[in-house]
Design a protein around this ligand. Structure first.
Ligand SMILES: [Zn+2]
Length: 277
């Protein structure tokens, strides 16, 4: 058993947080070196606490952590980026919260998590700046996280005959295997059909280097379908649902309803919040 230092410094982002009593918070942090850890932030909910801003969901900071009796306690935190722009757009914030939860269940604990941290920070940055649409960022993040955490689908070739590409290819969402139209068999519910474009996009997301992760093109329809496939595969692999995902989806329903039913001014308030009104 390795001995741990009593005090460590980690760059980390808050990927989950909840209140403990009136004053404290329990944080789940994605740390550059230590992966996913939980840490107590004592007094973080008090008005005068210097920890407050650094302990909110999605805050990225340098944390000084005190490690004692198998638990971490936040001693100090210096904010690097609060991703303030995400907090002004409910769709972006909803997706960012879901991405944080995906990181929570896929990133490792107690080991180097540089790749996960960089991926999450990049995606939050793209989302905040509007570099890519939420519907594009979501499947790329889900699939890449799965690939990095031992759930990489085997998209090299058809499991049956070894062909690389066919007019129709299918992903088995329960085990991540790939099948061509000739070899696929079994209950239909298990498979999702992949167009050549969607399959090429999935291969790119899995095998490309991080700086090139978003360097691929797909039609709007293709991106929406990629979203369905990656979400189905993610949920099948995790074996559970996610409240943040349900909330993100509920927003698209709300937008459609608002577009059909509300006058423009009310839509603005709904989508942009109550500022300047
Ligand atoms: Zn085949």
């Amino acid at each position: 058993m390795g001995r741990r230092k009593m005090q460590i410094t980690q760059e980390a982002i808050v990927i989950r947080e909840r209140s403990i009593g009136e004053d404290d918070r329990l944080l789940t942090l994605l740390c550059r070196q230590e992966g996913v850890i939980t840490a107590y932030a004592r007094g973080a909910q008090k008005m005068k606490s210097t920890l407050g801003p650094s302990c909110g969901l999605l805050a990225y900071s340098t944390f000084q952590l005190f490690h004692s009796r198998e638990r971490y306690i936040v001693d100090r935190a210096d904010t690097i980026n609060l991703f303030f722009g995400l907090r002004q757009d409910i769709e972006k914030l909803a997706l960012a919260s879901y991405l944080a939860e995906v990181a929570c269940v896929t990133a490792p604990s107690g080991q180097d998590s540089e790749a996960f941290l960089r991926l999450l920070l990049n995606c939050l940055h793209f989302l905040e700046k509007g570099a890519f649409a939420p519907v594009f960022i979501k499947p790329v993040f889900e699939l890449r996280c799965l690939a990095m955490s031992g759930f990489m689908p085997d998209l090299v070739a058809c499991c049956g005959c070894g062909c690389y590409e066919a007019e129709k290819m299918y992903l088995a969402v329960n085990d991540g295997t790939l099948w061509c139209g000739e070899c696929v068999s079994g209950p239909e519910a298990k498979y999702m059909a992949l167009t050549p474009g969607v399959l090429a996009a999935m291969r790119h997301v899995i095998y490309s280097e991080l700086p090139k992760l978003f360097s691929f093109r797909l039609s709007d329809e293709g991106i929406r379908y990629l979203g369905r496939v990656c979400e189905a595969y993610f949920l099948a692999q995790m074996g559970q649902g996610f409240q943040t995902l349900d909330f993100y989806h509920s927003l698209s329903g709300m937008e459609a309803w608002a577009a059909a039913n509300l006058p423009d001014r009310a839509k603005e308030i709904l989508t942009k919040g109550g500022e300047d009104i």
